[in-house]
Design a protein around this ligand. Structure first.
Ligand code: C5P
Length: 238
């Protein structure tokens, strides 16, 4: 695929109007991500509108509940036409299996992606706040194994963790990587960050990019510089 087809734009806008006002800046965009802010404001209609406009939609609601609730919610979300859904791996294998089973029963099964550790989480936060005392990379790998065994297609992780996951779980196991920043850009609340070129070189399949584009003075120009960075890296492998 073309290098820019691996970009998922995080539509972190307060509403549909702001999102649709922004989209014409990036005519080559294929994938958009609808997160909690936009979905809670606009409801399912935002997914229909984006699908009708020709986008692939990653519905980033990070589900985490008991297996029955997650299975039933998955049936509803898959029915909206979302192309990708995600779940906190910390919900455990029964919850993940309920999601996988519900997705498979849908006429157009979405890609199922597990959230391992948020890219805003550091080793210190993991230990002192979450109470997990293993190296962060090992925790990410453990969760990735869990979601793969449940029938998921991949994980959300930092691009820095992609080489380990590809080595351990195979090249086809997808990595969707937020925490993307241009060289020298502010990291804001993200911690485990990489540049677009680094993410691609690490083997990431999808790069989730939000504020770097949505808060840019000239989004089209930032898009062009990301594109030329990705083209130099040669694009990711099919
Ligand atoms: O603006 P920025 O590029 O940091 O946006 C990253 C997007 O990816 C946000 O919408 C955030 O919710 C999402 N995300 C993340 N880390 C995860 C999963 C999703 O940053 N582990």
């Amino acid at each position: 695929m073309k290098p820019t087809e691996c970009i998922i734009l995080a539509l972190d806008f307060p509403g549909k109007k702001e999102a649709f006002d922004f989209l014409p800046h990036l005519p080559e965009l294929s994938w958009v991500k609808v997160g909690m802010e936009l979905f809670y404001r606009e409801g399912p209609g935002i997914v229909y509108d984006l699908k009708n406009a020709g986008y692939k939609v990653f519905l980033d609601l990070k589900l985490h509940d008991i297996p029955n609730t997650v299975g039933r919610a998955t049936r509803v979300l898959a029915g909206l036409g979302a192309d990708m859904l995600n779940y906190h791996a910390a919900g455990g294998s029964a919850m993940l299996a309920a999601a996988a089973e519900a997705a498979l029963r849908s006429p157009r099964p979405p890609l199922l992606i597990g959230v391992t550790q948020l890219t805003s989480t550091t080793q210190k936060v993991l230990e002192e706040e979450i109470g997990v005392y293993q190296p962060l990379e090992q925790v990410v790998l453990h969760y990735a194994r869990l979601v793969k065994a449940a029938g998921f297609q991949g994980v959300v992780c930092s691009a820095q963790e992609t080489p380990l996951l590809k080595r351990e779980l195979g090249r086809d196991f997808l990595t969707v990587t937020p925490g993307i920043r241009l060289a020298g850009e502010e990291t804001q609340d993200q911690r485990r960050v990489t540049t677009p070129a680094e993410a691609l070189a690490f083997g990431s399949d999808y790069l989730v990019i939000g504020r770097t584009l949505t808060r840019a003075k000239d989004p089209a120009q930032v898009w062009e510089s990301i594109k030329s960075e990705l083209n130099k890296t040669g694009g990711n492998q099919p």
